[in-house]
Design a protein around this ligand. Structure first.
Ligand code: F3S
Length: 289
């Protein structure tokens, strides 16, 4: 059996940086039991890592409402970033902010602010339910428009006499982004397109597709709630019918009957999948066959 593991599998720069920042805070405040450390939302879409942090005393705050009741402590903003109003709220409450927003996401916040000041209406290609997109929207004073599907692009209601600036969620599928931009451009807008898809995402997607096209079975490892892992799965499934989406080694063990007859297996993983899980899965596949 030939096993091919994607070199781009696992933590991206932004996620690794955010996780390190949380462990760094735990380390700095380990003597002061009274200092509370919160993350606004789970720091990454990975249950094992979040559980480890919780065991070390980190508290996950799930909503703005919950956040508004905090009176002291440290709040860590995750790599997805947040809207401007959250920073204002935390400052007013006198909380210490540790900003783990990925610099690539922070750059999009700055772009939309600048372009709006120049008179552009902002269009974000992405998923309106994703926290990163909600964060970006929160930096657009006059309200941005989110486009996720062909229908959204075809039904864009911004008046044609407006200039529009298009940015995209960092983890969006590059081919889909191009397709949606073409639909919008054909409408005749004065359009300024900034491809803000993160290179880490693009490289990971391209490598996953390349491997999936060449193997009999493909394993995609990542949390079920991770948007970038879901997209990796979609890409791999298109290229390789026998694609399996697993969260941990235990999930894979259930998929083994299908894998036994395969000659080549590819492995990739989302940006929030720790290396330990990738190694476990890889080792298991090699050992079994
Ligand atoms: Fe940042 Fe790209 Fe990761 S935007 S969080 S390095 S996928």
């Amino acid at each position: 059996m030939d096993v091919r593991v994607a070199q781009t599998a696992g933590f991206c720069f932004g996620v690794e940086r955010a996780v390190d920042m949380v462990y760094d805070q735990i380390h700095k405040h380990r003597e002061e039991k009274s200092t509370k450390i919160y993350t606004f939302g789970p720091i990454i879409h990975n249950a094992e890592v979040v559980k480890d942090l919780e065991d070390k005393g980190v508290i996950v705050v799930h909503s703005e409402e919950e956040l508004s009741h905090l009176t002291d402590g440290i709040v860590i903003i995750r790599s997805h970033g947040v809207q401007q109003s959250i920073y204002n709220m935390l400052e007013q409450q006198g909380l210490t902010i540790i900003d783990a927003t990925c610099p690539f996401v922070r750059k999009i916040h700055k772009i939309v602010q600048e372009q709006e000041e120049k008179g552009y209406k902002i269009v974000i290609i992405g998923d309106s339910n994703h926290p990163e997109v909600q964060g970006i929207l929160g930096w657009v004073q006059s309200g941005g428009t989110v486009v996720k599907t062909r229908e959204d692009a075809e039904n864009l209601t911004i008046s044609l006499d407006k200039k529009i600036c298009v940015v995209t969620q960092t983890t969006f599928n590059y081919n889909k982004f191009k397709e949606l931009v073409e639909i919008i451009a054909k409408k005749g807008y004065d359009i300024h397109v900034l491809n803000t898809i993160c290179n880490a995402t693009k490289e990971r997607q391209e490598e996953a597709q390349e491997i999936a096209e060449q193997v009999d079975a493909m394993i995609v490892i990542g949390d079920k709630h991770s948007s970038n892992t879901q997209k990796l799965y979609e890409i791999c499934q298109k290229a390789c019918k026998s694609t399996y989406y697993i969260q941990t080694l235990d999930d894979m063990i259930h998929e083994l009957p299908q894998l036994v007859s395969m000659e080549t297996v590819g492995i990739t993983a989302g940006a929030s999948t720790p290396n330990t899980i990738i190694e476990e899965v890889q080792k298991h596949v090699r050992d079994i066959f």
